[in-house]
Design a protein around this ligand. Sequence first.
Ligand SMILES: Nc1nc2c(c(=O)[nH]1)N[C@H]1C(S)=C(S)[C@@H](COP(=O)(O)O)O[C@H]1N2
Ligand SMILES: [Mo]
Length: 199
Amino acid sequence: MRDMPTIISPDTRRENRIPPGQRLTNKWPVLHHGAMPDIDTAQWTLTISGLVEKERVLDYEEFLALPRVRVLSDIHCVTGWSRLDNLWEGVSTDTIKELVNILPEARFVIVRSQGGFTANLALEDFLQFDVLLATQHNSEPLTPDHGYPVRLVVPRLYFWKSAKWVIGLEFTATDRPGFWESYGYHNHGDPWEEERYGN
Ligand SMILES: Nc1nc2c(c(=O)[nH]1)N[C@H]1C(S)=C(S)[C@@H](COP(=O)(O)O)O[C@H]1N2
Ligand SMILES: [Mo]
């Protein structure tokens, strides 16, 4: 596609790219709680709700018609593995912001997955320029176990914030712990600060 920008996540430019307590893997492990949902894109929708000027429910075709970006990023899973140089393709969260006009009262976003999983993010983390709703990884469509058809990718936080099988984004004024956060994972999750557990 013409004019698709490639965004370089800043952490990929660090001299040492492996955060404390992490080790490198070249594989891509699959990790999630519960059963893997089987999503038919003919039924899939993305609901953008809460503190926005215009709530939107996008079907798959409408989602694919949004402007697209590529992002190069590293993955850091809180269980200890890191995987470098992942090339994602999808829709920037900045495009989502333009689409719905997030209200000034909004300070958090609750990301909802098919199957009930949620992840909470501060709005400033969600709107970093390297965050996207991805449909492709290394030029291939996401596989079902890695979040097909659409997953969030938040390159600068531990990978549990990167919800797979995303179906909803709810903008809120107050924070609500997501799934792993309510089981004791850190609310923020910066791998360079080792924000693994607790607050
Ligand atoms: N819907 C959903 N998304 C999820 C999870 C989950 O349990 N459900 N687990 C998170 C965790 S803990 C990790 S480490 C990554 C793993 O993504 P991967 O299986 O593509 O490596 O997905 C995150 N996204
Ligand atoms: Mo994880």
